[in-house]
Ligand binder design. Structure first.
Ligand SMILES: Nc1ncnc2c1ncn2[C@@H]1O[C@H](COP(=O)(O)OP(=O)(O)OP(=O)(O)O)[C@@H](O)[C@H]1O
Length: 685
């Protein structure tokens, strides 16, 4: 850790604060303990030996105490000890409480309006001039280490000590301490530039790369934009009219200390996946596609496959797939449209009701079905759950052409499917088939183009119920339909093993391929599904496959449990972040509030002043060169200690560096709670 950072974590060994006389005045030798009433600078800390007996905060000053206004007036608005021996001056009770200490305003070189203007900060670091570089923070840094042994910390002594120095540069700095503190860059707005810091950050030992490196740095812009534009040119005759910046999935948590990663942030791969899905849901429909604006309560239709080129068929019917938003719940759904379908019997929809009851992790849920003329023809539409960023098994493993989904996961793998992945697919599909057969239904189509990969090795069978409506008139026997399901399942395995859709039509060659690359287990399953039943009743059953897969099923259950554990751990880390965000929201409600309860200085006085100083301590630290310290680990550490309300003490220094308060996190926490409760009570009344 950089030495500048260490200063943040330096823990004062004592809360005693020595008051030092300004130069030119006589100073009592350190160690003597005169009566607090005797001399202007000869008293010790409120905490250890003050007449107030305060144990909460320690206030310091280097002014004459008889002239100096009591800080309790400044902070609490009143002093309990005003008539009981407090040595400071108290204004008449009729006079309103003065404002808290303010930073000295530097000589007005700029018009008043410019004071609050955003500060321009060049992106490239500007070399700091020799003077006035070593300012107060540098002093604190050295003092904090020495003070930990002496037990005395005195920020105002910085100026005094610097003045004593013969070095004219340092002496000039001493005069500039207060002014510099007033215009310290800590108050400036510095745009957060995570990757801008990469060069200055140390690379942890043993790390393969800088923890602050942009994970996308290797990708060139064109590559990233390809993701952005993917599908748009392919799918739409007119290109989308908007320009969108490519999303950098890891931008928001960089830079971050590597050791904090597992505890405070969801793993990169999971976050990227979830963000891609969220982004996928919010893609807007391209104009000029001639799609209906509204359709039985669905709007914002967007095609999920190319609208130009070869028309897609579903059996004998032309078909199209759209994503649409349902007006009643605002969620995205998939509409599978079958063109030019004339429904002869509304009873055909009865099977859709049966499908709606099937909720299975490997089946895409069926929501509803209806007919519509909104497309200009008589269309059948079946509505399914939408799984963003998914792609079909065919696109990834079977089909010879390039993937064409709006935003599918990964491109087609030319490689053989690893045995474990293949078995995982087989177990999941067998589970789906079993659920459907147990419900007295049949899938009627088990094909690589209709099975979606919706996550890592996660498949779901789709397009359920459509064939039931289309073929309702045929009144086919359910038992034989289920037998057909099993045969189709076997064909699918052959197609996947050979990653070719024509493989099932040359089973001999396909089995040779399986022999070469896969285990006997896979071959036996494929043979059983494709072959003739060898059971007395003359029928194959999905339960037989489930039995054959029992060993694999146990493995997959274990893997699924591990995956759940991993996700829960990720969720847990975000849970912590949620806690910190709530804390930051409280800060936001309290700090810099312009007016509350008719008091324009509410957020600057009383407990709120401590909160303001704590905010500065957490976020507005500067290093020895006056540069802002953007140190996430400092922020997280402070906020966690605050949330826990620890007894650890920290020293809060006012912006003018004229006073400091030594408080515990517990005390800051209670200040925040009381200030926030005040706001909450007022909001509720
Ligand atoms: N429920 C769904 N959620 C998300 N995307 C889906 C869903 N159903 C289908 N899709 C996507 O819609 C696209 C088109 O689906 P479709 O079933 O027509 O597949 P296909 O590969 O084009 O098959 P075909 O060649 O038979 O048309 C696919 O890329 C698929 O990823």
């Amino acid at each position: 850790m950089a030495s500048g950072e260490m200063a943040f974590f330096a823990r004062p060994s004592s809360s005693a604060v020595r008051i030092v006389a300004p130069s030119g005045k006589e100073q009592e030798p350190v160690g003597t303990k005169p009566s607090p009433r005797k001399g202007p600078y000869s008293y010790t800390c409120h905490i250890c030996d003050c007449p107030h007996g305060l144990t909460r905060i320690c206030l310091t000053s280097n002014l004459d105490s008889t002239q100096r206004q009591c800080r309790n007036i400044l902070i609490y608005g009143s002093c309990k000890f005003q008539d009981k021996g407090c040595i400071y001056s108290h204004p008449s009770r009729d006079i309103p409480s003065p404002a808290p200490p303010e930073s000295p305003v530097p000589a007005p070189a700029l018009p008043a309006q410019s004071v609050n203007a955003p500060v321009f900060v060049p992106k490239t670091p500007i070399p700091h001039p020799a003077s006035p570089a070593p300012v107060a923070s540098q002093y604190y840094q050295s003092q904090s280490s020495s003070s930990s042994s002496s037990g005395a910390i005195d920020p105002t002594a910085a100026a005094a000590e610097l003045r004593d120095d013969n070095d004219p540069v340092v002496a000039a700095n001493a005069n500039a301490v207060a002014a510099v503190a007033a215009v310290t860059p800590a108050k400036e707005f510095i745009p957060f530039e995570p990757y801008g810091m990469a060069e200055s950050m140390p690379v942890p030992e043993g790390s393969m790369m800088s923890p602050y490196a942009n994970p996308y740095a290797a990708q060139d812009q064109a590559q990233m934009l390809e993701y952005d534009a993917q599908g748009a040119d392919l799918f739409y005759s007119t290109s989308p009219s908007f320009v969108r910046q490519p999303l950098q999935y890891h931008l928001y948590t960089q830079p971050r200390p590597e050791d904090l990663q597992p505890r405070f942030f969801v793993p990169d791969d999971i976050r990227e996946e979830l963000q891609q899905r969220a982004e996928n849901i919010h893609t807007a429909p391209a104009p000029g596609l001639g799609l209906p604006e509204e359709l039985q309560g669905y709007h914002s239709l967007i095609p999920l496959e190319p609208v130009t080129g070869e028309r897609r068929k579903f059996g004998n019917w032309y078909s199209a797939v759209y994503r649409a938003t349902k007006a009643s719940d605002g969620l995205p759904y998939v509409l599978r449209r079958i063109e030019n379908f004339r429904l002869k019997d509304v009873e055909a929809f009865s099977t859709i009701l049966a499908w709606r009851r099937i909720q299975h992790p490997n089946i895409i849920s069926v929501r509803e079905a209806f007919t519509t003329s909104a497309f200009g023809d008589a269309s059948l539409v079946v509505v399914y759950d939408y799984h963003p960023n998914s792609t079909t098994l065919s696109e990834v493993h079977v089909r010879s052409k390039q993937p064409q989904a709006t935003s599918g996961r990964g491109s087609r793998s030319q490689d053989r499917i690893p045995e474990q992945n293949l078995l995982s697919y087989i177990v999941q599909i067998a589970s789906a088939v079993k659920a459907v057969h147990d419900a007295g239904l049949s899938l009627r189509i088990i094909d690589a183009t209709k099975i979606l990969i919706t996550g890592k090795n996660r498949v779901r069978v789709g397009s359920c119920g459509v064939v039931d409506v289309l073929m309702y008139e045929a009144h086919q026997d359910m038992a034989s339909l289920q037998q057909e399901d099993l045969t189709m399942f076997g064909k699918l395995i052959l197609a996947l093993c050979c990653h070719h859709p024509g493989a099932p039509y040359n089973p001999q060659k396909a089995l040779e391929q399986i022999n070469r690359y896969y285990s006997v287990e896979v071959k036996q399953i494929a043979l059983f599904l494709m072959g003739k039943p060898n059971v007395p009743q003359g029928k194959k059953a999905i339960d037989q496959i489930v039995d054959m897969l029992s060993r694999q099923s146990i493995k997959k259950v274990e893997e699924a449990h591990s995956a759940v554990d991993r996700l829960e751990a990720g969720l847990m880390s975000e849970l912590e972040n949620g806690r910190l965000v709530r804390l930051l929201c409280k800060f936001g409600f309290i700090n810099e509030r312009p007016e509350f309860a008719l008091d324009p200085r509410w957020s600057e006085t009383g407990d709120r002043y401590i909160i303001k100083l704590f905010r500065d301590y957490v976020f507005h630290q500067v290093d020895e060169h006056g540069r802002p310290v953007v140190n996430l680990s400092h922020v997280l550490t402070c906020l966690n200690k605050l949330d826990a309300g620890t007894d650890e003490r920290i020293m809060l220094v006012s912006r003018d560096e004229q006073s400091c308060l030594v408080v515990t996190y517990k005390e800051v926490k209670s200040c925040i709670e009381s200030a926030f409760n005040e706001l909450g009570t007022a909001a509720a009344s």
